[in-house]
Design a protein around this ligand. Sequence first.
Ligand SMILES: Cc1ncc(COP(=O)(O)O)c(C=O)c1O
Length: 336
Amino acid sequence: VNVFRPHITNLVAYSSARDEFAGEATVFLDANENNWSSSGFHRYPGEEYAALKNKIAGFFGCDASSVFLGNGSDEIIDLIIRASCEPGKDKIVTCSPSYGMYGVAAQINDVEVYDVPFQNDYWDMDALQSMTNPRFKVLFICSPNNPTGAVMKREDLVKIVQSFPGTVVVDEAYIEFSAAESALELVKEFDNVIVTRTFSKAFGMAGLRLGWCVAGRNWKKVLDLIRPPYNVNVATAQEVLALDFQAVISQVATINNERERVIAFLEDQDKVIKVWPTESNFVLFEVGNAKRLYQELVDQGIIVRDRSSQIPNTLRVSVGTPEENDQFMDVLREKL
Ligand SMILES: Cc1ncc(COP(=O)(O)O)c(C=O)c1O
């Protein structure tokens, strides 16, 4: 099976000014920047990338040379599809209900989506393990899954990685909230695995747009080849370099405690039909009339996500601060 589209492997990458010179210099007249500027941001990004990758690799225990940075993990999802799937011919595989961008990114690239829906709130292992068509190029496993919160067991993930003909992308946007271990280690063992992570969720940096992934050598090379030269900006790099990762991680326990409080409340409500077990910072629940409840919440200035298009009469609520969660619960007490 060809992992990459044929023309991609033959591509010559754009070589930026910052790529072509490394060393000591004081006068930079190579990139048409404004050297009069005192903005602090008049230079294109350069050495920040290496520093960022080293910090990430050091904290998460992976090899810096296998770390790839993206403008959010959304960019990485798009790059993977574009590198691997021939428009109009190849397919990606999704497992609904899941994160919507896989399908959207595929459609933008004119790549068909083949869906293997969840069965009893878990991935359909039999169906996933019997996929042999070489046109199935990329399979997205979102674990913890958005919007249900389910986590795939490690042994199941390994089975799928071993049987799937293409690349398995494990989207771990919410892994910090889970008791499960990250699949980062799998990349060392299997070259058809990419694990994507993000600073948008537990790390509280959604506005900065920094995602990253760990990929095997061939995939890493291709991602570097096709990414826009300056896809991570200097402001983002500086903020993340200054961030105390350990302090952020300590906050997760508090968020998870709040999550358990929201879950307990929802489970206690007679009119809540189902609460999905979750290992993330959101809770999916089913009510008699999700549309009406959504509107009642909006009327009080509280916005949740209506997921009824994926699972009838469900709302997904992110775990907020204690005060926000109280406000949410107050409306439910009154209007459910
Ligand atoms: C499962 C999942 N993956 C990826 C993303 C994208 O995250 P970002 O592009 O901010 O890294 C999201 C955002 O909601 C998500 O829920």
